[in-house]
Design a protein around this ligand. Structure first.
Ligand code: ADE
Length: 227
């Protein structure tokens, strides 16, 4: 899989791509992830990528030309082009699972007041928001999108099971986890987990996951059938 993040702040991405799972995925050749400087496709000598909005108003808007030029060079037959924007459809685990099957994704990062609407209308396949809040910088959103996808690529996580059993894949929040010591400051690990009885452990975990989901995220539970 190849992911190319197009941003005017590639430096924001570089640190993240050089650590932990994303680093491992790149080193193992499972994901080719690149942060590309959009300014490289700006035609003027000042490398301009933004301009004032038509109709007035505060801030600057990202121009279409450098994005169009970059896509002409980078886009292939099997490319999905995604624009990160708070106006997009909300990112989720099922969407991450869909994108994890793609061969090539180009992620366009918005900055400032937004991106010329013609980019969304004519150049991209999908507009995605990572949540109902506004970031200063689309590169942060692109990294979250990338991380959630790349960890689902087979072989990226050490233990393939861990992507299957965790929150959202099961439809529930994750059950709590504990590790050594058994007792810290008088705060002890639940008895069921120390029993060595796999059946009892599995049902304890299922019950805690269900309880937690009911309390914190009832919206994740299937609607109960009408009486
Ligand atoms: N850019 C700024 N805020 C964003 C968000 N919530 N999702 C995606 N891109 C963004």
């Amino acid at each position: 899989m190849k992911i190319q993040i197009l941003t005017i702040f590639p430096g924001i991405c570089e640190g993240v791509l050089r650590e932990s799972m994303l680093k491992r995925a790149r080193e193992k050749g499972l994901a080719d992830i690149q942060a590309l400087d959009l300014r490289a496709w700006a035609a003027d000598k000042h490398r301009t990528t933004d301009a004032a909005p038509y109709g007035g108003g505060p801030g600057m808007v990202m121009k279409i030309e450098p994005i169009h030029r970059a896509l002409q060079e980078l886009r292939g037959e099997d490319t999905r082009v995604v624009l990160m924007t708070p106006q997009g459809r909300k990112f989720s685990q099922p969407l991450a699972e869909t994108y994890a099957k793609e061969k090539h994704i180009i992620v366009i990062c918005g900055h400032y007041e937004g991106v010329d609407q013609r980019v969304a209308d004519y150049l991209v396949d999908d507009e995605i928001s990572i949540g109902d809040y506004v970031l200063t910088n689309g590169a942060l959103a692109a990294l979250i999108f990338t991380d959630a996808i790349v960890r689902l690529v087979p072989g990226v996580l050490g233990d393939d099971q861990s992507a299957v059993q965790e929150s959202f894949s099961t439809g529930l929040l994750d059950h709590p986890q504990y590790t050594r010591p058994e007792n810290f400051n008088g705060w002890s690990v639940p008895e069921a987990l120390l029993s060595g009885n796999h059946g009892a452990i599995a049902s304890w975990r299922k019950a805690r996951a269900r309880e937690l989901t009911e309390r914190r995220r009832p919206d994740l539970l299937p609607a109960s059938p009408p009486p």
